[in-house]
Write a protein that binds this ligand. Structure first.
Ligand code: ACO
Length: 429
């Protein structure tokens, strides 16, 4: 049976709209004909109740704490797959066979080098620039280096651009880091895995052989998997909106990186680490929690709460596990900040304030501690997030371009400015 929703306008006129159902999740009221039929728009800044597209990539049930990529639970993907398998899944809809995985990994590996002239592009930046500022610039500049894959109507061009972006982001991220430290850029090494290669480009030097630690490689690979996609979040919606005009994929991903940079989005793990440093000691937790509960203080428990998850963030549980593994491996199980984080988490999840508001630890509560233990500087945390999210952005961009219903994104507004008035020439004002 076709579902319908009826809207009654102020003059009593009733209009019916189709209600569309997805495979799981809430139905949506299809209001595309609303303006044509009634002359009114809907008003939903912040998209609190608006689905901006249909998608088959990622599903979140925030009340139940569920995250699925192409139908597969994040817990199973984190346990059984590596990041490139997850990339294949997000891009193609299915997990690869062993043969497909081999071909895919090979294709990514063979696109990891960047145009040599890009090395000189880096030197135009100040060495003390924020690494995200450099990343936005360099990724945007890729369209000036790879003219041969910019035709978005050609599926082969789209595919090559996708490989280039996934493959080159680790190289570009590591180059950004090396540039700030004054060390030479490290070229990628093809016999290493995607993630081991990134660690080598970050922390290796030409002077000695870099031996990747498998536990740390696996931990970073898991960070990449957990951040690979998260449906229509702010940066993904930015990529889609930028791409809806037909802009090239390198420019679109640069737009996504710019959006991710904001502290309300990608910057929370950095803020969480700063908060732990500020608390400093377990004896100060009580005092800090009282401040958080005091609405006048403006203090929030960073790494807690989420717009969509009103239950445990499934990624947080996995990141907590990884945190234990990494700290054990590095002999840091007595790490001051980790112990403090555990004590803070225990107190907060039992406290009525957090229970009533359904505030649970999110992925950022632990990811900063893991990255810090891996030796990644705090200013690079959001770059690592961007590296991992690139595949999600591309998968969503590809899906949009291939969608027969795809149109340029063009929101409307509720105008509250001056009505028409006449210009008084300067002499008369
Ligand atoms: N600490 C203390 N109180 C909080 C927190 C927090 N971290 N988060 C929400 N609350 C309280 C609010 O004060 C509000 O209380 P009230 O009902 O008494 O007024 C209630 O919980 C609801 O909060 P909102 O701000 O309305 O929730 P919203 O969904 O808009 O915000 C957000 C979600 C921004 C993530 C928020 O929980 C927050 O600021 N958390 C800390 C920052 C953080 O960790 N962000 C990372 C998100 S995960 C990611 O981006 C990968």
């Amino acid at each position: 049976m076709d579902k319908k929703a009826t809207l009654t306008l102020h003059d009593g006129k009733k209009i019916e709209f189709p209600v569309l159902s997805g495979s799981i999740g809430p139905d949506v009221v299809d209001i595309r004909t609303l303006y044509g039929k009634t002359g009114v728009f809907t008003y939903d800044p912040g998209f609190l109740s608006t689905a901006s597209c249909n998608s088959t990539i990622t599903y979140i049930d925030g009340d139940a704490g569920i995250l699925l990529y192409r139908g597969y639970p994040i817990e199973q993907l984190a346990k059984h797959c590596d990041f490139l398998e997850v990339c294949y899944l997000l891009l193609n809809g299915e997990l690869p066979s062993a043969k497909q995985k081999g071909e895919f990994d090979d294709m990514v590996t063979r696109h990891t080098m960047v145009h040599d002239q890009l090395n000189r592009f880096f030197t135009g930046f100040r060495r003390d620039a924020h690494p995200m500022a450099v990343m936005v610039g360099v990724v945007g500049a890729l369209s000036a280096f790879y003219h041969d894959s910019l035709d978005i109507d050609d599926p082969e061009h789209r595919k090559i651009s996708a490989f280039r972006l996934i493959a080159k982001l680790p190289t570009i991220t590591a180059m950004g880091y090396k540039y700030t430290t004054g060390q030479p850029f490290m070229y990628p090494k093809n016999d290493l895995s995607y993630t081991a290669n990134f660690l080598r480009m970050m922390f290796g030097t030409p002077c000695e052989e870099f031996k990747p630690n498998e536990v740390l490689v696996r931990a970073l690979d898991r960070i990449f998997i957990l951040h690979a996609d998260h449906e229509q979040n702010a940066s993904t919606s930015t990529v889609r909106l930028a791409g809806s005009s037909g802009a090239n994929p390198f420019a679109c991903i640069a737009a996504g990186i710019a959006c991710l940079w904001g502290p309300a989005h990608g910057g929370a793990n950095e803020a969480c680490l700063q908060m732990l440093e500020e608390i400093g000691d377990a004896s100060k937790i009580g005092e800090f929690i009282s401040k958080v509960k005091d609405k006048n203080s403006g203090v929030r428990l960073m790494g807690f709460g989420h717009r969509v998850y009103k239950n445990h963030d499934p990624r947080a549980k996995l990141m907590r596990e990884t945190c234990h593994e990494v700290l054990n491996e590095l002999g840091l199980h007595n790490d001051r900040l980790f112990k403090l984080a555990l004590a803070l988490e225990k107190i907060a999840i039992e406290d009525q304030y957090f229970v009533e508001r359904k505030l649970y630890p999110n992925v950022d509560f632990y990811s900063g501690i893991v990255q810090r233990a891996l030796g990644i500087p705090v200013s690079m945390f959001t770059c690592v997030f961007a590296l991992a999210r690139t595949v999600g952005w591309i998968a969503q961009w590809q899906e949009m371009i291939a969608d027969p219903e795809y149109k340029i994104g063009r929101p409307r507004q509720l105008y509250k400015g001056a009505p028409r008035r006449e210009v008084v020439p300067l002499a008369g004002r």
